[in-house]
Design a protein around this ligand. Structure first.
Ligand code: IPE
Length: 259
């Protein structure tokens, strides 16, 4: 089984509140279906989550009562997005239903805990893909917190031990610095624990690599000796399809685990 995250930057327009990229999602669903692979899909929230979350500082947990209707609105927006994603998947011949992460996971001081995995397991056994997503989830300590699709991916790795993990994003791969701002930016083809240490200790790029380092760490955490984690551009037609078929494509591959 292959675990795939469709990033919010691909399935939505991140600059416009609640803008769904239906054509891109339809194309990606078709690429997944044609590959014939067994997958579980998680998706990000994009502009259905980040816009309001930023505006009301939802990521820091409860601060005031004004946030409560906003939290409800974000939960409604992420569910609306997820409904659109599963509608496309079902239309492409992939039986799928949206499952909010808060219905089987719970947060404890920002740490995601599998509370009840039975609903997800049962759906999967039935041949219906449970589609989870980045969302606001109740937290035992901070009342609520944001759970990213990446955190959900880590939990699903524990549950299903997938053969491969794929992050579908709007960039070709990870760069050592921002390619939009720096012409010297180079794409990192392979990420290993050693490479991570190298980047972290290179002070000349330290100030711009926080985001890259964080993403590398999270990708590496999902790798094992036999399980790679790949970052691929979903805006490039056929790239996901070819990756799923085992072909060599432009991407960043994390491998080898964190040891
Ligand atoms: C964010 O989830 C969830 C909310 C802001 C509510 P993700 O972090 O997985 O979303 P993307 O992929 O960055 O859009």
């Amino acid at each position: 089984m292959i675990l795939i995250k469709l990033g919010g930057s691909v399935i939505t327009d991140k600059s416009e509140y609640r803008k769904f990229n239906k054509e891109t999602v339809s194309r990606l669903a078709d690429e997944i279906k044609r590959s014939g692979k067994e997958v579980i899909i998680v998706h990000g929230a994009g502009s259905f989550g980040h816009v309001l979350a930023k505006q009301y500082a939802i990521q820091n947990g409860y601060a005031n009562d004004e946030q409560i209707p906003v939290v409800a609105q974000i939960m409604q927006d992420t569910r609306a997005l997820s409904g659109m994603v599963t509608e496309v998947l079902n239309g492409s011949g992939i039986p799928a239903v949206s499952v909010a992460p808060g219905s089987c996971f719970v947060l404890d001081g920002g740490k995601l805990i599998i509370d009840n995995e039975e609903p997800v397991r049962r759906l999967k056994e039935l041949g219906i893909m449970p589609v989870m997503f980045g969302d606001v989830v109740p937290d035992r300590k901070t009342r609520f917190a944001i759970v990213s699709g990446d955190q959900v991916m880590e939990k699903l790795c524990e549950m299903y031990d997938p053969e491969k993990v794929i992050f579908v994003s709007d960039i070709d791969g990870l760069y050592d610095r921002d390619p939009k701002k720096d012409r010297k930016a180079r794409m990192i083809g392979t990420v290993t624990k050693n490479k991570l240490d190298e980047i972290a200790s290179d002070s000349s790029v330290a100030d711009v690599t926080g985001g890259v380092k964080g993403k590398m760490e999270s990708m590496l955490r999902m790798t094992t000796k036999d399980r790679p984690c790949v970052l691929v551009n979903g805006n490039a037609p056929e790239r996901l399809y070819r990756l799923l078929k085992g072909e060599t494509v432009t991407c960043t591959i994390a491998k080898g685990g964190m040891e």
